[in-house]
Design a protein around this ligand. Structure first.
Ligand code: PEP
Length: 250
């Protein structure tokens, strides 16, 4: 069976609850594409109003973060079961901003992937190289290390259902997109890595997104690549252009 495309917006630390509801209303008629799964990954405080705002549409809600324990004395944190109960279906794990600013390492991210599945959430696991690593020629070595560490001990049937987002750090929020060839090369390499770690069926089933300055003008070419199953979209997910990205095939 062909993989369904998945386009997810990563709102980051943008949109107050009332702005979030307004954005959902703006996007409502623009993000209709039966061939594409659409996800809004929103700040924790926006989850409840956004779940309500997208009710009755095909849009799914994702979280940007959670903590690895189910409950307890972790002031300020939110757990995976809390997200699930609030109506969240997807969660971003391992975004480069969390790796860099909040020092989340691969051992911690591996726990997050396992906890997400345990709670019934689908991880969108991010990986990606720095500009320095690309220039040194170690891109694929680095990404393979991230994938192998973050998925350590995660069973094939879970990996088959998850989403991996390839996001070169130098392309995030910079307006610099990886060329279509660069993006496809790494997404194909990630699929090969999954095949090596698991089997051909798992590699064929896992969905791999590209992220990094995806826009209305480059989405069609990127998403047409054989190993790119959609995109993780930052800046452009906060405006009407997101509808054009979702409808990249029109
Ligand atoms: C992101 O943060 O996941 C991202 C890809 O951002 P942008 O689209 O703004 O580059």
């Amino acid at each position: 069976m062909a993989r369904r495309k998945i386009v997810a917006g990563n709102w980051k630390m943008n949109m107050t609850p009332s702005q979030a509801v307004e954005l959902c209303a703006t996007l409502k008629d623009l993000v209709k594409n039966n061939k594409v799964d659409v996800v809004y990954c929103v700040p924790a405080i926006d989850i409840v109003p956004v779940v309500k705002a997208v009710k009755g549409t095909r849009v799914k809600v994702g979280a940007e973060n959670f903590y690895i324990e189910d409950k307890g004395a972790y002031t300020g944190e939110i757990s995976a079961p809390m997200l699930k109960d609030a109506g969240v279906e997807y969660v971003i794990i391992g975004h480069s901003e969390r790796r860099e600013y909040f020092k989340e390492d691969d051992a911690f991210l591996n726990k997050k992937v396992k906890k997400a599945f345990e709670a019934g959430l689908t991880p969108i696991l991010c990986c990606g190289e720095s500009l320095e690593q690309r220039e040194m020629g170690v891109t694929m070595d680095w990404i393979r290390l991230q994938i192998k560490s973050d998925l350590y001990g995660v069973p094939a049937e879970q990996v088959a259902k998850m989403v991996i987002a390839y996001e070169p750090i130098w392309a995030i929020g910079t307006g610099k997109t990886a060329t279509t060839e660069q993006a496809e090369e790494v997404c194909k390499g990630i699929r090969a890595c999954i095949k090596e770690m698991y089997d051909a069926a798992t590699a064929k089933s896992v969905r791999i997104q590209y992220g990094g300055s995806v826009s209305a003008s480059n989405a069609a070419e990127l998403f047409a690549q054989p190993d790119i199953d959609g995109g993780l979209v930052g800046g452009a997910s906060l405006k009407a252009d997101f509808g054009k990205i979702v409808n990249y095939d029109k």
